[in-house]
Design a protein around this ligand. Sequence first.
Ligand SMILES: NC(=O)c1ccc[n+]([C@@H]2O[C@H](COP(=O)([O-])OP(=O)(O)OC[C@H]3O[C@@H](n4cnc5c(N)ncnc54)[C@H](O)[C@@H]3O)[C@@H](O)[C@H]2O)c1
Length: 353
Amino acid sequence: MSSPSSGPLKVCILGSGNWGSAIARIVGANAKANNEFVDEVNMWVFEEMIEGKKLTEIINTTHENVKYLKGYKIPENVVAIPDAKDAVKGANIIVFVIPHQFIERICKDIQGCVEKDALAISLIKGVTVKDNGLQLITEVIKSYLNIEVNCLMGANLAPEVAAGYFCETTIGCRDAEAGKMLKTLFQADYFRIVVVEDATTVELCGALKNIVAVGAGIVDGLGLGDNTKAAVIRLGLMEMVAFASEFYKNTETATFLESCGVADLITTCYGGRNRRVSEAFVKTGKSIEELEKEMLNGQKLQGPETAREVNLMLKAKNMTDRFPLFTAIFKICYQDLPAKDLIGCLNNHPVHM
Ligand SMILES: NC(=O)c1ccc[n+]([C@@H]2O[C@H](COP(=O)([O-])OP(=O)(O)OC[C@H]3O[C@@H](n4cnc5c(N)ncnc54)[C@H](O)[C@@H]3O)[C@@H](O)[C@H]2O)c1
């Protein structure tokens, strides 16, 4: 990574959805306020036509992402760019904030255009499947671009961050100097950051909690109470911890107490699109795909897809019995298991035996 002494660092944000646009408000303001960074921040925007106008042009003239974060200004030093290759040119810090479904496509697109010593940070919650195993998003990025990749995850529903409501987040970064610089780039008085070295657990929390959020939505859809939801959250947390320690070396249980862990799990099981769509899935009987289109205006769901990816790995390792909540959620979303059977699946949870 270029050190601050070699000149101000150029920042590029890849993505401009709900979270991408909210974080651009903080990153844009911090880049302008700190000499450590170049004022102008590039933001790659997946081009779309909105009422006959290009979204990039709308953002560059009105400084508002009218599709994904209506009602909030993005600082004028954040420049929307439709070509990702142009956006990453000369960037020292690359912020990845796109739905995980698109990560390989974008990495392939920018391969060869990224500075060799650039530093990346992923705000993406999800995993991908490779050879019957899982690949973390930071690993995917590293495999394509061969640069250092950190992560930022926390209890951060984008509309609330955009509104400036106090919250915390966690940066997973193994290098103390880089961690400090990233904290300067992302912290605000209403967005407080703790940097931890255990980046793998930070990232796993961000991905796995979306599966539990689907469980919480199913509980709401069935009209069950807060006690049931609390049980689903607790069992979900137990499965997250078990999954991390089973498949990843040196993960620390203490990391689950950071914002990326228990706090994100709570917020996502009460607010959040995964919970909301899963509740509607139970109440309407429509498919997840149908509801995603109907309810999310172009935003993407991560929970059901992550449940499917995790299930592939658990099946391959013959371990579905040890993860009854993750497994039941997969079966409800993809194999027509009736939603009401969720609770039955939890009766025999290993923690109760
Ligand atoms: N929204 C939140 O509250 C929140 C909070 C924390 C983390 N996250 C994570 O941040 C990541 C990005 O989420 P978001 O809320 O910014 O996105 P989003 O779901 O709001 O928006 C979808 C984005 O995908 C883009 N897109 C659509 N089709 C595309 C294509 N074919 N190729 C590439 N891009 C395409 C759209 O332009 C848009 O920027 C996700 O991993 C999410 O889990 C979201």
